[in-house]
Design a protein around this ligand. Structure first.
Ligand code: C2E
Ligand code: CA
Ligand code: CA
Ligand code: CA
Length: 271
């Protein structure tokens, strides 16, 4: 607790201090969770349209924090990024997802999220390469999902790294497409394998003409570019029907399957 004296500045309000303490505590718990193997990945089916066949899964981090219950990744990934913990956590996720996917039927792929901070920290390339080697997974079955943030500081280094990863044989998807500042510009700079249309556009498909027009346009762009399109966050049959009508080739969302533990996904796709 800071004492107030002559000419003293009070840098931290009690609220800010509490927030800082909470982030420190979360960092310590996260470090422990990684060390003790308490982080988990759940897998959400990715489904081809119009066939409805499962063609892979997106791996999503899950953490049950002692005394706090399940903490959503949106709440702890920021802390992991600030502390650099995202590098070892991301490396763990790559190894785990590749190991898991190597046990699935061979036509199924796995997608792993790579945050912008993680992308810039050293060791990403090595983590991807060693996850592939350790698991024996065919590189083309691994897809890295990056957000526009990765390309925001559009340095030659970023593009060089994306190209190095491509040269390993892995796929690169642009996640949350349409939510950034320069989405189209990024498509010009790098040849993505897949574009994931952000959930916010899919959510309003049925009741908002603008969203439908945007989805139609994005699917058209992906077709012109020869890139696959994935519509995220499909929650009902109405949205699914519209996406089929627009010629969107791939979907993901609660309508098809929620993120699930590895055992459940393995059973779902078992021969
Ligand atoms: P994201 O990559 O955009 O992942 C999709 C999120 O949407 C997931 O939330 C998923 O559970 C949720 N979702 C899927 N289908 C539906 C639907 O039909 N309706 C709704 N309302 N939501 C749906 P989740 O698992 O909470 O993850 C949130 C974010 O955390 C992810 O967004 C991603 O940015 C990040 N994240 C998750 N796992 C990892 C990871 O291993 N590494 C990194 N760097 N980030 C991760
Ligand atoms: Ca994603
Ligand atoms: Ca997304
Ligand atoms: Ca997101």
């Amino acid at each position: 607790v800071k004492e107030r004296g002559r000419g003293d500045f009070c840098f931290f309000s009690p609220e800010m201090n509490a927030r800082l303490m909470e982030r420190r505590a979360m960092e310590a718990d996260l470090r422990l969770a990684l060390a003790e193997g308490h982080l988990r990945l759940h897998y959400q089916p990715q489904v081809a349209l119009p066939s409805g066949r499962v063609i892979g899964a997106e791996a999503l981090l899950r953490w049950t924090r002692p005394g706090h219950g399940n903490v959503p990744p949106d709440r702890f990934i920021g802390v992991a990024e600030e502390t650099g913990l995202i590098a070892p956590i991301g490396a763990w996720a790559l190894h785990e997802a590749c190991r898991e996917a190597a046990g699935w039927p061979e036509h199924l792929g796995v997608a792993v999220n790579v945050s912008a901070v993680q992308f810039r920290l050293p060791g990403l390339y090595e983590a991807v390469a060693s996850a592939l080697k350790a698991s024996g997974l065919q590189p083309s079955r691994l897809e890295l999902e990056i957000t526009e943030g990765v390309l925001l500081n559009d340095t030659d280094d970023t593009l060089a790294m994306l190209n190095r990863l491509h040269a390993l044989g892995v796929k690169i998807a642009m996640d949350d497409f349409g939510t950034g500042y320069s989405s189209l510009g990024y498509l010009q700079k790098f040849t993505f394998d897949k574009i994931k249309i952000d959930r916010s556009f899919i959510q309003n498909l049925g009741n908002d003409a603008n969203s439908a027009a945007i989805v139609r346009a994005v699917v058209g762009i992906t077709r012109s570019l020869g890139v696959r399109a994935n519509a995220e966050g499909v929650e009902n049959a109405g949205q699914a029907d519209m996406l089929v009508a627009e010629g969107c080739g791939e979907v993901q969302g609660y309508h098809y399957g929620r993120p699930m533990p590895p055992g459940d996904f393995a059973r779902l796709v078992a021969g």
